[in-house]
Structure formats: structure tokens, C-alpha cells
Write a protein that binds this ligand. Structure first.
Ligand code: HEM
Length: 481
């Protein structure tokens, strides 16, 4: 990779921390800043603004293990990278660090950027083949049907805590709903839902259970695909298998994995941030109740101000090229600081101006890989938050806003918990219309994956008698917390 220009500004004394300052640990030799570690994780946006002030739209950075890359922070430059796949490929196999053997096999960067047989890793014609399969299969869902699912499961989740007068909305609400909806879309047996939520959480946290969790999810998806060959249904797995693009089983499994993981984590984060904004920003809530702002407007504002993925990984230069005046060499890695791009003064001179109705933020990427699930994510977030506010209009944060904790990584920044209180409500028995669909007609899994996600408990599979519903399992888990 091209070293940053060795000019003295890289060691500018006004920016350089005094000896002993922890910020030293963040800045490595050559002026590159680490996009990991406590300094960065405490406040990624501050680091982005320091980098922008020092380097402009493209800054030299180091990822975990001090692997070099370029962080793109300019709104226009991010779009330039996203829209020119001929110059900036999504195929990590051309990464010069990888080719020269400088990326350790156990690098935590690899699971995020490693090549997989899915549309995210592909360019050009191959990308179009895979993307058509995803677009056309997702297009077969009835949008109102998805909103109906979301509404039904939202009410069931609220029913689980409405009588308590208090709840923790990240674990009891935002982390549950997207996965419930996604497992329905994918055509997964409902029994697996709670275990998948748990495994996906461990995977994204990068905990010691991450590898086992990944294996568990892949195993469940392989079983699912095998079953859908013989018993197809109106779901994403069956439609991908059936698509004229003729995806191999491995490609179908990898696309289901991509949808499950990318969608769940991001949509959970979007819901949590929207809830936080509604609960903490009085003007925001007043605008909503006064009808000056709709919930979809509020969701869009969050996508501008707190995009669930702060840094989108990654692209690799296919040739020596220039970006914002920087020389980028073939094989260099670029990561896209969309949270920084969204507040670039070139497009938002005044950050206090509301972005009502403006969807041109970078939260869903852009160009050929732009998120195909954006409307599903929006439907989940705005339907769920709207229903929660309707059911519990007196809902309030039960801690100070300053006490809220965040968890950050190189790529994301998420709320850890959102404790709330409200007047307890009597919960009527679940009306038939809101109950999860009857599972009796669904095929039982061939075998229950054991030892998944570090646990010895198998998903409940009741071969003969009535099977426990997805919802009962979720509720049991919530009550155990
Ligand atoms: C708030 C929620 C979501 C956010 C912020 C989000 C964000 C993104 C971003 C930034 C990309 C582009 C990555 C890149 O260019 O490297 C992407 C791609 C993708 N997303 Fe989402 N996503 C969300 C929800 C979903 C949902 C609900 C689904 C599916 C149901 C989904 C499926 C995908 C897929 C399949 C891709 C790969 C597309 C391709 O490579 O052509 N996402 N997402």
C-alpha cells in the first residue's frame, strides 16, 4: 500500500498527544490511526472527525493486527468507490496483504471480509447472477404480508412485558423481532428461532462462542436447504433453490447466512437507535406526536445520524488509482466510513437541520451492492416502534441518557441496553389473529443440531404431539432473564 506522505503534518504537534497519553496507542507509526482498541471504540465519530481534519476525505488507518487500509470519509468519495466496481472490487482475494501472507489465519478481520460464494463477494456478471436471484426471490414477498408478520410478533413481544411496568428494550424487543421475522421469511422451522437469535448474537459479538455459533447456523441452514428440495414452501430458501440463476446448494446456504446475519444485527441496531432517539429527544417525540414527523421520517433521521454499520467493509483497488488526491495502489484495501460520510459538511452543512424524507444517506451503501433488504428493515423498525408507542404511550427511559452503554467494534456501534418503565398494562390472552401461524403442517427437522453455540441443549423438536411454538420458546427465554 502507498505509505501516507511522510510530511510533518502526520506528526503535527497540535494533533499529537503528549507522551503517556493513551491516544498514543491509537496512533501508530507513519501517522496511521487504529480503527480498533479502547480509544476508537469509546468514540468512533470523534476519531473520524480528527482523521478528516488531518487527512481530508481519505485517511490511512490500521485495522486489528495493524493491517493497513484506507478509510474513506467523504460522502462523494464513498459513493465514487461504491459506484465504480471496476476500480474498487468486492473480492478480497486481490488484497495485497493477503497475497503476501501478512494476514494471520486467526485474524478477526477475516470472518468479516473473507471471500464467500455470495453476492457480496462478487463483481460484474457473477454479481448480477447472484443479485438477480436475491432481488427476485425477495420481491416475491408480499410487502403487506411482511408488515402483518411484524405487527403480530411486535404485539406478542410487548405482551410479554406489558404487565411488568418495566422492560429492557434491546434484549426483550429489538434483538428478538428482526430474527423472528427473518426466520419466517427464510422458511426456517420455528423451533430454531431462539437458538438462532442466541447464536447470531454470539457471532457478531465475536465471543469465544463465535466459531461454534457460526457452525451451528451453517448446519441449520444446510439442513433447511436439504429439506426445501423435497418440501418447498413460500419462502426465500425455496425460491432461491428454484431460481433460474441455478445457485448451487452452497451458494443458497451462503446467501441465507448473509441475509440472516447482515439483516438481523443491522435491523436490531436500527430499532434500538430509533427507540433511544424517541425516548431521549423531547423535540423528536413532540414532532412525532404533533404530526410534524412520521415514524418513517424518524427512522430515516436515525439512518443519517447513527447508521447501524459505521464502517462498511471493504473494497480492494483493482489498479493503481487516485481517490481524493491520494495515490491508492492495486490491491490496497479501502473501508467506507459511512457514519462519517453521512455527516460530511459537503452534504450536511448544518447537522441540526432535519433530514425529513431524505433517503440519500449512505446507511444502506450504494451502487450495485446497495442493500436489497432496506425496505424490509424500514418496515420492521417503523412498524415495531410505532406499535410500541401506541401500546405504551407513557413509556420512559428508566435511567439517565448519560448512563446508556454502547458497544463498538471497527464496523458497528450499538446500544447495549435500553431500560424503560411505564404503567403496567393488563394483557389479554393472545387473540387468535395474533398467534404465530400453526406449525403442525410443517416438516420436522431431520436431526436437531447438537452442541451448537457452545450449548448442549438441542432445539425442541416434538415429533408426534403438539410442537412448542416459536413464540412460547421466546417467551420462556424472556421470562428466564
Ligand atoms: C437497518 C438494516 C440494514 C442495514 C443498515 C443494511 C446495510 C447494508 C449495507 C451497507 C450493504 C452494502 C454492503 C457493501 O456495499 O459492501 C448491505 C448489503 C446487503 N444487505 Fe443489508 N442492511 C440492512 C438490512 C438488511 C435486510 C433486512 C436484508 C434482507 C432481508 C439485507 C440483505 C442484504 C444483502 C443480501 C446484501 C448484499 C447485497 C449485494 O452484495 O449485492 N440487509 N446491507
Amino acid at each position: 500500500m502507498t505509505p501516507p506522505s511522510p510530511d510533518l503534518s502526520d506528526h503535527d504537534s497540535t494533533l499529537a498527544p503528549p507522551p503517556g497519553c493513551p491516544a498514543h496507542a491509537r496512533r501508530a507509526a507513519g501517522g496511521s490511526t487504529r480503527l480498533y482498541g479502547p480509544e476508537y471504540e469509546a468514540d468512533p465519530m470523534r476519531v473520524f472527525e480528527q482523521l478528516r481534519a488531518k487527512h481530508g476525505a481519505v485517511a490511512p488507518v490500521l485495522l486489528t493486527g495493524d493491517l493497513p487500509g484506507w478509510l474513506v470519509l467523504g460522502y462523494r468519495e464513498i459513493l465514487e468507490v461504491l459506484r465504480t466496481p471496476g476500480r474498487f472490487s468486492h473480492d478480497s482475494r486481490i488484497w495485497n496483504e493477503l497475497k503476501q501472507g501478512r494476514v494471520p489465519q486467526d485474524s478477526p478481520v477475516l470472518p468479516v471480509i473473507a471471500w464467500r460464494p455470495d453476492c457480496l463477494s462478487a463483481d460484474g456478471e457473477e454479481h448480477r447472477r447472484l443479485r438477480d436471484a436475491i432481488n427476485e426471490s425477495m420481491g416475491r414477498f408480499d410487502r403487506r404480508g411482511i408488515r402483518r408478520y411484524v405487527t403480530r410478533f411486535t404485539h406478542q413481544l410487548i405482551d410479554a412485558f406489558a404487565a411488568d411496568g418495566q422492560a429492557e428494550l434491546v434484549t426483550q424487543f429489538a434483538q428478538q423481532l428482526p430474527m423472528i421475522v427473518l426466520t419466517q421469511m427464510l422458511g426456517m422451522p420455528e423451533e430454531y428461532g431462539p437458538r438462532i437469535v442466541e447464536a447470531a448474537t454470539e457471532l457478531v459479538k465475536g465471543s469465544e462462542k463465535a466459531v461454534a455459533s457460526h457452525q451451528y447456523i451453517m448446519e441449520v441452514l444446510r439442513e433447511l436447504v436439504a429439506r426445501k428440495h423435497t418440501a418447498p414452501g413460500p419462502d426465500l430458501a425455496s425460491w432461491l433453490i428454484d431460481h433460474p440463476a441455478k445457485l448451487s446448494d452452497e451458494e443458497v446456504v451462503n446467501h441465507l447466512w448473509l441475509v440472516l446475519i447482515a439483516a438481523n444485527e443491522n435491523t436490531t441496531s436500527l430499532m434500538a437507535s430509533t427507540l433511544r432517539m424517541v425516548l431521549t429527544d423531547q423535540r423528536f417525540r413532540a414532532s412525532l406526536t404533533g404530526g410534524h414527523m412520521t415514524l418513517p421520517d424518524a427512522v430515516e433521521q436515525v439512518l443519517w445520524d447513527e447508521p447501524p454499520t459505521t464502517v462498511v467493509p471493504a473494497r480492494w483497488a483493482t489498479c493503481d488509482t487516485k481517490l481524493a488526491g491520494r495515490s491508492i495502489q492495486a490491491g490496497d484495501m479501502l473501508v467506507l466510513g459511512v457514519a462519517g460520510g453521512n455527516v460530511d459538511s459537503a452534504v450536511r452543512p448544518d447537522l441540526n437541520t432535519p433530514m425529513h424524507g431524505n433517503r440519500s444517506h449512505l446507511a444502506f451503501g450504494g451502487g450495485p451492492h446497495e442493500c436489497p433488504g432496506r425496505d424490509v428493515a424500514r418496515a420492521i423498525a417503523d412498524t415495531a416502534v410505532d406499535a410500541l408507542l401506541m401500546r405504551l404511550p407513557d413509556i420512559q427511559l428508566s435511567v439517565l441518557e448519560s448512563e446508556l452503554l454502547w458497544r463498538s467494534s471497527t464496523w458497528t456501534r450499538h446500544l447495549v441496553a435500553l431500560p424503560v418503565q411505564f404503567a403496567p398494562r393488563r394483557v389479554d390472552p393472545v387473540p387468535a389473529a395474533r398467534r404465530p401461524r400453526d406449525t403442525a403442517a410443517r416438516p420436522a427437522p431431520q436431526s436437531a443440531p447438537a452442541e451448537a453455540a457452545g450449548s448442549t441443549q438441542s432445539p425442541p423438536v416434538h415429533a408426534g404431539g403438539p410442537r412448542r411454538s416459536w413464540w412460547q420458546s421466546v417467551k420462556r427465554r424472556l421470562l428466564r432473564r
